[in-house]
Design a protein around this ligand. Sequence first.
Ligand code: SF4
Length: 70
Amino acid sequence: MVLSHPELPQQTLRSGTVERKLVCRTFSDCTSAPRNGLISGCYPLDDHYRHREERERLNAAKRRAAGKSD
Ligand code: SF4
């Protein structure tokens, strides 16, 4: 949960609520990326990773693994 939302503990303690849209939804990009030689990170939910060029490379690797062409 902290990988997808590093500020979760601080924000939750401060506000008393959990920002649900940032909670890990087990998309597995954080583990699929390193299996494909890319850095780990929460590509779907964290803007820091969402806008990296590695995201397109990860998506291409996932399409290949699913048997879909680019
Ligand atoms: S990529 Fe998916 S599994 Fe990994 S931290 Fe983000 S939401 Fe969770």
